[in-house]
Every structure is written in C-alpha cells, then in structure tokens.
Ligand binder design. Structure first.
Ligand code: ATP
Ligand code: MG
Length: 367
C-alpha cells in the first residue's frame, strides 16, 4: 500500500498540513522538536487509532484545540481508500471513504504500518508488559477479532479479580461465581494464547532470516513464547482450554489469598535468544538493537503474508544509528516494495547509497 496524500488538522504541533508528492522513500529532515516524529506518529495513529508513544489521546490534540483530524488517501491493490480519524474530548470517530465506522475495530487495518523507533529497544530490554503490548498491537493490526477477545478477556479479568478480592473467607456462592468467571476467562484467554503462539511461530521464520542477513550469518535469533501454563508449542484450543481450567483450579487457594488472577495471557512473556543465550540478559546494546530491528522487519513480511500487501514502514531516528553498510542493506531490502518514511536531523547523517530517488521534506515548526 502507498500513502498518496496526508492531511493533519490540530494534530500535535501541526495546525494545518496538506502533503502530496510522496515517493517510495521519503526523508523527513529537520532540527530537533520541529515535528518529524509527530508526522510519523500521525500515520501510526491513523493505522491503529492509538499512538506508539502514549496511551493518552488528549496529548495528540494541539495545545488549545478541542479536536484533531488525521486524514490520508491510501492506494491499495484493489483501489483507493480515504481514511479519516477525528480525536476529541468525546472520543474517536473514524470514517472510511466518508462512511462513519460503527466500531473502531472495523477501521483498524485499513492502513498497515510498521514503525521502528528508539524506544523499540525496550521490546528486548524492557518488562514483560512491553512485550505483551507489542504482541497485542501487532496481532490486532492484522486480525481485528483478536482485539475483541483481548477486550473481553480484560473485562472478565477485572471482574474476576474483584471477586477474588472479596472471596477470602466467603461462602460457597462465591466459589460458584468464580467457576463462571473461570469459563469465560479461559474461553477468551485460549483464543489470545493460540494466536500469539501462531504469530510468534510465523515471525520467527522471517526474523531469523533477516537477523542472519544483518549480522552476516554470525547470529542465530530464536523467539519463544513463555506461557504461564502448559507447553510453549501447544496450539490446540481444546487442549489449551483444558490446561487453563486445570491451572485455575490448582491456583484457586493462592489466588484467593492474593486477591488476583495469577495465570493466563496477562502473565505470559516472550523470550529472544541469540546463539542460544537470552538477549535480554546477555545481549550487547548492538545485539539488542539488531534484534528489535529484525523483529520489526520480519513483521513487514508477515503482514504481507497475512493480507497480501506490504505495509508502510516508519523509521524514526534509526538510520543514523546504523553504519553505512547496514543503512544500505536496510534501504535496499525494502526500497522497491515498501513505502518508507525516514526521519533524520540532517541529510549528512544519512549515508545509504541509492537514496537519490528519495523525496525530501524539510520539517520546521509544524510545517
Ligand atoms: P527530535 O529530532 O528531537 O526527535 P522531532 O522533530 O521528532 O524532534 P516531534 O517530537 O515531532 O519533534 O515534535 C515535538 C514538538 O511538538 C515539541 O516542540 C512539542 O512541544 C510539540 N508538541 C507535542 N505535543 C503537542 C501538542 N499536543 N500540541 C502542540 N505541540 C505539541
Ligand atoms: Mg523525533
């Protein structure tokens, strides 16, 4: 897919912006704090209705304004789509070809993006919560029904936790209630776990290959799911369901004592190994960065596999961190098939060959 046109209204430091003339590779050049990341972020928000930097939508609206609009014309294999997302105090409203979408989940996925930004290093270095968020965002983008199960799971989890907080020393009717929540928790939880495992299995195939390319064959990258019950490889829903129910009954006393749900997808994690060693513990800064980059690039191929189209690639402050050889590798891998937006503070920090054809945009004070 290909973005032809972008319009921003009261988005961060952009009061009014209309941009045309995008190419396959687009360089956004400008000094610090001028709006380069804001522009990439707007494309990310249009794709996922959420920012990669904040969960507070209010921050996306320009200071002093009560609403923001992001709109783009996106050329896809089977035609052109007009996307519009409006953010305000009342919430978010999305339109596809002028048609108001009843549910945001129907809008997510109309535009697909892969973003690589400095904070993505945290996917490797950070807490399990960051890795779960990575999984949830990426799977949700290609399978909107995943987000439905995730929402339902979180709802049941909250109610189940509330019940557990009151269950200590309570009568048998409490336990009957708990059984009911168990079933609902497992029903949605199993769907989430199964899809995460499938996603990781597919991502592994591409990430290993890409990582090998970037490191000149020196490093073998492996991904694995770390479940809070059962084996990592199990993907059969019926088996997972049974294992989850058994685990819940085993944990019952402990959960009542602690007043919270102790197993399930909200406690699972993802691990990375480089040549057999855990990257989070033993990896160098460079290895961790390369791991995060390999993951993101693998996603491009995965999205292509899932939906038959390449997403757009957003690279924030990434190119200047790589040596010229790696910059060139990165650009050339995707140049012809993936529309890419790259930020940098100066053209001189970009050393990749074959960037002569890039479209260059100078970003200054939200213009
Ligand atoms: P750097 O090179 O430092 O990464 P950048 O060009 O990527 O810079 P951005 O993060 O895109 O910079 O923009 C930052 C600017 O946007 C800051 O000046 C900030 O004050 C402004 N800004 C952020 N949110 C809002 C908002 N809601 N309303 C108005 N301005 C905002
Ligand atoms: Mg920036």
């Amino acid at each position: 897919m290909y973005v032809n046109h972008l319009r921003l209204e009261n988005y961060r430091n952009y009061t009014a912006l209309e941009l045309n003339g995008f190419g396959n590779v687009n360089l956004l050049i400008g000094r610090n704090a001028q709006g380069k990341t804001n522009l990439l972020e707007s494309l990310f928000v249009l794709a996922l209705t959420k920012s990669h930097r904040t969960s507070k939508d209010k921050e996306l609206i320009a200071f002093g304004s009560d609403h923001a609009v992001i709109a783009a014309e996106v050329e896809k294999k089977y035609g052109t789509l007009n996307l519009e997302l409006r953010l305000s105090q009342q919430g978010k409203r999305a339109r596809l070809n002028s048609l108001e979408q009843r549910k945001l989940s129907d809008f997510i996925g109309a535009l697909n993006v892969v973003m690589f930004a400095p904070e993505d290093l945290e996917i490797v270095k950070g807490t399990p919560g960051i890795r779960r968020r990575f999984l949830d965002m990426e799977i949700g983008q290609v399978q909107p029904s995943y987000l439905f199960h995730l929402q339902q799971y979180q709802k049941v989890l909250m109610q189940r936790n509330n019940l557990l907080k009151q269950a200590y020393g309570a009568g048998p009717e409490m336990l009957t209630m708990l059984e009911i929540w168990n079933e609902q928790l497992a029903e949605h939880g199993v769907k989430i776990i199964k899809r995460r495992k499938q996603f990781i299995r597919k991502l592994q195939k591409w990430a290993e290959q890409i990582h090998e390319g970037i490191t000149g064959g020196l490093e073998k990258l492996e991904l694995s799911y770390l479940p809070s019950f059962g084996e990592a490889e199990e993907e059969d829903e019926a088996v997972l369901m049974e294992q989850f129910m058994i685990k819940l009954s085993q944990m019952k006393d402990q959960e009542i004592r602690r007043g919270m749900t102790l197993s399930g997808p909200h406690r699972d994690d993802l691990a990375f190994h480089i040549n057999g060693n855990e990257a989070q513990v033993y990896g160098s800064q460079g290895q961790q960065r390369t791991t995060a980059l390999s993951l993101k690039l693998a996603e491009i191929e995965l999205i292509h596999e899932e939906i038959g189209e390449y997403p757009i690639l957003l690279l924030d402050d990434v190119l200047s961190e790589l040596d010229p050889y790696r910059q060139t590798q990165l650009i050339e891998t995707f140049q012809s098939k993936v529309q890419t937006f790259i930020t940098a503070t100066g053209i001189e920090s970009i050393n990749a060959g074959r960037l002569q054809d890039a479209s260059i945009f100078h970003v200054q004070e939200g213009q």
